[in-house]
Write a protein that binds this ligand. Structure first.
Ligand SMILES: NC(=O)c1ccc[n+]([C@@H]2O[C@H](COP(=O)([O-])OP(=O)(O)OC[C@H]3O[C@@H](n4cnc5c(N)ncnc54)[C@H](O)[C@@H]3O)[C@@H](O)[C@H]2O)c1
Length: 351
């Protein structure tokens, strides 16, 4: 371990947390995992084995008392993010918080307010990793170039092979479509202003009581329509695609994630089994850029403000699932200038 490296605590060592421990240890420069906070002893031990020298602690406070920590990756379930965010802000730590920032919009707004009280510039980055995916960066560059005229509409497909136990209908929005809720303003440069949910004939392979697929229709400020198909029991693998409709052109991303093999009368391409493989390069870039920015006291990606606006839209989308009506989106406050200049991905370096 180098003393100049960012000393990172990973809180929650489940699917995402363990993946981040592995990533930082094996791939990321200038950072060390110094503490793993995980109540499940088996998972704690497995994660600690990936990060030699890291301490295992039962709580974040215990880790903070035991060793010097500069930064924290929050990878607990979403409903546990808020208290860890508050402690991190009070201790002056840099934060990479897995999505969602918090599960309730009012809690996200409290975090936005608290961050402005405790820090002179944004210190919380939210783990919306699609903004680091090459395809989405290219799509943003194409829209901003104006080469094909204005962007009119987006077709998103978000397909998961199966659902874990206890996956409820609201999780279609809160766990899955939340990524499109972030990427739509990123691609369009505009906030989402309304949401409607359509439920076609249900997939018989879905667990009883889970009506899916669903189509979530978002409209942005200038009227760009973004339609998201969320399907979570497609069996064949994990697939995330976007088709952008411009005035004089169309662009597709996500259909080809590796080579196509033409043989024996078939043109075939493997489907990624999960989000980890589909967005592997995006996670790597997200974490490396966060580490580099955090060492200088800043962030380089979606901010707590982006986390707040996503929470607002997600709440409205869950309401729209229940009402079947076109639901307007209202944000309680306008974007504070504090959040104006934090996202280098949006300002350049999109190759
Ligand atoms: N960016 C993405 O693509 C992506 C993908 C999956 C999950 N996530 C997000 O990552 C977070 C974790 O999801 P996951 O799939 O890894 O869940 P998980 O259930 O696999 O892991 C969560 C871990 O947190 C631990 N935990 C519970 N309470 C804790 C506490 N008080 N302190 C420390 N650890 C605690 C649990 O024991 C578990 O090991 C969630 O916010 C989720 O939405 C993001």
């Amino acid at each position: 371990m180098s003393t100049d490296n960012l000393r990172v605590a990973v809180v929650g060592a489940g699917q995402m947390g363990a993946d981040h421990v592995r990533r930082i240890t094996a791939k990321i420069s200038n950072a060390d995992v110094v503490a793993i906070v995980e109540p499940d002893q088996g998972r704690a031990a497995a994660a600690a084995a990936l990060a030699p020298g890291a301490i295992a602690a039962a709580s974040f406070d215990e880790a903070l008392d035991a060793t010097a920590i500069d930064a924290v990756i929050i990878a607990t379930p979403g409903f546990l993010h808020e208290p860890i965010l508050v402690t991190a802000l009070e201790r002056g730590l840099m934060v990479l918080c897995e999505k969602p920032l918090t599960t309730l919009a009012e809690d996200s707004l409290r975090i936005v307010e608290l961050e402005q009280q405790h820090a002179s510039r944004p210190v919380i980055q939210v783990g919306f990793m699609r903004r680091f995916d090459a395809g989405y960066k290219e799509l943003l560059a194409l829209r901003e170039s104006g080469a094909n005229g204005a962007l009119l509409a987006l077709h998103h497909a978000h397909r998961n092979p199966t659902t874990p136990p206890n996956y409820g209908e609201d999780m279609l929005i809160k766990d899955s479509v939340i990524h499109e809720i972030d990427i739509i303003p990123f691609l369009t440069g505009e906030p989402i202003m309304s949401v409607e949910v359509k439920k076609p004939r249900s997939n018989s392979l879905a667990p009883a009581g889970l009506p899916e697929p669903q189509f979530v229709l978002f409209t942005t400020e200038s009227g760009v329509l973004a339609i998201v198909e969320i399907s979570v029991n497609v069996q064949f693998g994990y697939q995330v695609t976007t088709e952008a409709v411009f005035e004089s052109g169309v662009a597709y991303i996500g259909r080809e994630t590796s080579q196509t093999v033409v043989s024996a009368g078939l043109s075939a391409q493997p489907i990624t089994p999960s989000y980890k493989e589909r967005f592997s390069a995006a996670y790597d870039e997200e974490v490396q850029r966060w580490v580099d920015a955090a060492r200088g006291g800043g962030i380089d990606g979606p901010s707590a403000w982006d986390g707040y606006t996503a929470s607002v839209v997600a709440e409205v989308a869950v309401r729209a699932q229940q009402t079947g009506a076109l639901e307007p989106v209202e944000y309680a406050v306008t974007k504070p200038t504090f959040y104006d200049e934090v996202f280098a991905v949006a300002a350049g370096d999109r190759a």
